[in-house]
Design a protein around this ligand. Structure first.
Ligand SMILES: Nc1ncnc2c1ncn2[C@@H]1O[C@H](COP(=O)(O)OP(=O)(O)OP(=O)(O)O)[C@@H](O)[C@H]1O
Ligand SMILES: [Mg+2]
Length: 220
């Protein structure tokens, strides 16, 4: 059976002093082996959509469906399994753990998933090597440049070999050379392995090359 991710009538309203409708009536359907780019101006809801798909934000309305199950209605155990093994997110603000070295940051999701020590070592070393940050394996994130931290964040997202990879502005802090490298690794680890890739970006070069683009508009 082909694995599909469907987002149906997604709506997210943030309620603080003011009420913000970050996204309304958003729909998307994507199969394994496919990629989609979410484009749109700042504040158009790209990060909100990715966080809802990652099951880190609860939609106000609508459904996220994966493998015919409604993600926002999963049981606790299923939700842990989904968050831990099915979906990997590369955050716009990196979300690296300051107390851990680069190696430990990337290994962390694998430890949580109960992977064996040898497998963790091989996978982390492979990812750091591919992203040319292996020399920083014992370094703490605060000593790295923005672009280096961004590549660590990508390695974290890919660590558990997730079926769905969500990349939020994955090239925001990178020069062209590193940006091309990151996109190549993202494709190699997702689409080429029959997985789903959803990428949010402002980068015109990435948008121009994308298989499919959804352009979001800023809500007034
Ligand atoms: N935690 C929050 N509380 C209140 N409002 C929020 C929160 N997070 C986002 N918003 C609002 O929701 C809207 C969508 O934000 P979101 O971060 O999803 O946009 P984005 O497209 O990712 O923007 P950018 O390109 O700047 O990253 C914005 O108007 C933003 O101010
Ligand atoms: Mg964003």
């Amino acid at each position: 059976m082909v694995k599909k991710l469907i987002v149906e009538n997604l709506e997210k309203v943030y309620r603080s002093e003011v009420e913000t409708i970050a996204i309304r009536d958003f729909n998307l359907e994507i199969k394994e082996g496919e990629s989609i780019v979410l484009a749109g101006p700042s504040g158009s809801g790209k990060t909100t959509i990715l966080l809802c798909i990652a099951a880190m934000l609860k939609p106000t309305f609508g459904k996220i469906i994966y493998e015919n199950k409604i993600v926002n209605k999963l049981s606790r155990e299923e939700l842990i399994e989904y968050r831990c093994n099915k979906v990997g997110m590369m955050f716009q603000s990196f979300n690296l753990i300051e107390y851990m070295t680069v190696f430990e940051n990337v290994a962390f999701p694998m430890w949580i998933a109960g992977k064996k020590k040898k497998e963790i070592k091989e996978r982390v070393n492979y990812l750091l090597e591919e992203l040319e940050i292996r020399k920083y394996e014992k370094t703490y994130p605060r000593f790295l440049s923005g672009g280096e931290q961004q590549r660590v964040a990508l390695a974290v997202a890919l660590a558990n070999n997730p079926n769905i990879v969500l990349a939020d502005e994955p090239t925001g802090n990178l020069d062209r050379k590193n940006s091309d490298k990151v996109i190549k690794l993202l494709k190699k680890e997702t689409v080429e392995k029959n997985k789903i890739l959803i990428l949010a970006t402002h980068d015109e070069k990435i948008i121009a090359k994308a298989e499919k683009v959804i352009s979001l508009k800023k809500r007034m």
